[in-house]
Design a protein around this ligand. Structure first.
Ligand code: FES
Length: 177
């Protein structure tokens, strides 16, 4: 019984509302005018308003410079550049996407694909190490006897989603004597 009365009350509520929107011509016209006004004001805002935009704010970025291990014919070291949204990518992935060589000969053929089990994706952070994550346990294991500035690119997160700045990376630091 209680459920029947509830259903009847709900149907009555629907019937009471319907004429407001669909059968009363005057109200319909007013509604459509309101919609038109709203559309007009939206397009005016998009065209020239100085009000703050509702678009998401830009995410902070990290600039990267990659210094090659050997000088070119003119004696200068080649430098590749890239940019990444802070905290979203591993250094290895950024280098891959930008076609920046990471591996030495053995690593090219035998790397673990970023799984942290080969230790061949070595880079040296020349500048900006504070913009990166701390060395992981994998790095502590593989780089135990290496300089503190060396990292494994597949373990290195570039940025922390909030910081921005510049990181300078030496490629193939094991080639530099
Ligand atoms: S790619 Fe194998 S440890 Fe980084």
């Amino acid at each position: 019984m209680a459920s029947l009365s509830f259903a009847a009350a709900a149907a009555a509520a629907v019937n009471l509302r319907r004429p407001d929107v669909t059968s009363d011509f005057g109200n319909r016209q007013r509604t459509s005018t309101l919609v038109r006004r709203k559309r007009l004001s939206l397009s005016l805002n998009a065209a020239g308003s100085t009000e703050p935009s509702s678009a998401a704010p830009e995410k902070p970025e990290i600039e990267l410079e990659f210094i090659g291990p050997k000088p070119g014919a003119d004696g200068s070291y080649p430098v590749d550049k890239a940019k990444a949204v802070s905290g979203e990518k591993l250094l290895r992935n950024i280098m891959n996407e930008n076609k920046i060589e990471l591996y030495a000969t053995y690593g090219k053929a035998m790397n673990c694909g970023g799984g942290g089990s080969c230790g061949t994706c070595i880079v040296e952070i020349i500048d900006g190490k504070d913009l990166l994550n701390e060395r992981t346990n994998t790095e502590l294991r593989y780089l135990k006897k290496k300089p503190e500035s060396w990292r494994l690119a597949c373990q290195t997160i570039v940025g922390n989603k909030e910081n921005s700045g510049k990181v300078v990376v030496q490629r193939l630091p094991q080639w530099k004597k």
